[in-house]
Ligand binder design. Sequence first.
Ligand SMILES: Cc1cc2nc3c(=O)[nH]c(=O)nc-3n(C[C@H](O)[C@H](O)[C@H](O)COP(=O)(O)OP(=O)(O)OC[C@H]3O[C@@H](n4cnc5c(N)ncnc54)[C@H](O)[C@@H]3O)c2cc1C
Length: 406
Amino acid sequence: MIWRNWSGRQEAEPLAVASPGDEAGFVDAVALARREGWSVRAVGAAHSHSRVAAPDGLLVETDDWHGLVDGDVVDGIGHDGQPVVRVRSGTRIHQLGEPLHRLGLALVNQGDIDRQSIAGATATGTHGTGPTLQNLSAAVVGARLVTAGGEVVDCDATNEPDLFALARHSLGAVGLVTELSLRVRPRYRLDERQWFAPPGEIMGDLDRLVADTRHFEFFWVPERDLCACKSLDELPPDAEPDPVDGPIAPVEQVAKRERRGWSHQIISSIRDDRHTEMEYGVPAEAGPACFAEIRELILERFTDLQWPVEYRTLAADDQLISVAAGRPTVTISVHQDVALDDRPLFEACEEVFRRHDGRPHWGKVHYRTGGELADLHVGYRRWWELRDRYDPDGVFVTADLAALRP
Ligand SMILES: Cc1cc2nc3c(=O)[nH]c(=O)nc-3n(C[C@H](O)[C@H](O)[C@H](O)COP(=O)(O)OP(=O)(O)OC[C@H]3O[C@@H](n4cnc5c(N)ncnc54)[C@H](O)[C@@H]3O)c2cc1C
């Protein structure tokens, strides 16, 4: 069997495939891999552009393991006063919207799309936009996983805190995650506005746009040298219930629009055009200068580029290997068509990101070595030390991951 990721750019040949439909199936998968001496790699929706999900031993599919556990709120207090729900690891983010809504709840934030599995999205630090909003891994307050030793372990900030620190942002390298406890919030409605503006105008007003909006982002479209902007603001609970108008399209394809709806209907878009992507997080204060250099580079050297550059904000967190660990962050991503060679564009952009102390997104293309990653992330060596303690035989280390060892 040949495994391919969403874009088709990453391929791998797993030795065997398991598709557990219950927790015992995940335990059996680890036991089988140990007997055979195979590595184990869980795969969610295979939406990572990097090789983080590429299996070289046992591929564990998680599509048959989804839904809210107990279909209820686990704990209404204790996590900054916010409710917590328990979710099976293979649940796609779009499968969470309605069940949470029925409980009067919603995810705190989402990314551009909602097709990822919750375990896959949190494993790589998937994020949306908003200066007060952290990545999805930061919303994980507990995890249940099958360890390399085949045990089912629950962990959180007080019970097995080291394992928890790994499991919430695991790169698939810590165990087979079967359930995640997620901090959510009361459901909320958003007012979305989309418009085009020249980059000079947006950059001149950027601080205000970011500060005044719950989620602000723009896609700079090189062929038009225009920014497709999107802002989402929370509506008061008593605001008029306008229906969502029309299909959700990528922001760069929409001239001007305003619509309203519940957060799970509004935040994510549909992105079916196959592409590959590089994304870096730079310190927030470096964002404008870094974007200016990327724009200049593309206008000078990549004049045929048909794909936009995305600019988003991300709140700091305290996770070991998060792109936003310890610093408010701006994320900038560059896309290329899957039919084209992405390397010249991505290598040139990576040079710019390096100059701005950028950290690569774990689920997107980068060319950094383990030593360089250790220089970029204060917690990187610690993450590996802890990982090796819980999995000394490297059951969850593929050859691709081993290449990133510091
Ligand atoms: C069109 C598109 C849009 C995107 N938009 C965004 C965005 O807005 N923001 C952003 O930050 N990223 C974005 N991404 C990147 C994407 O969110 C991440 O790569 C994410 O990790 C993909 O989730 P997945 O379920 O496909 O996981 P996969 O790619 O299948 O796996 C990712 C990692 O999770 C691990 N994993 C999965 N399930 C388990 C489990 N049960 N136990 C242990 N480990 C597990 C895998 O082993 C792997 O290491 C986008 C990608 C695409 C293709």
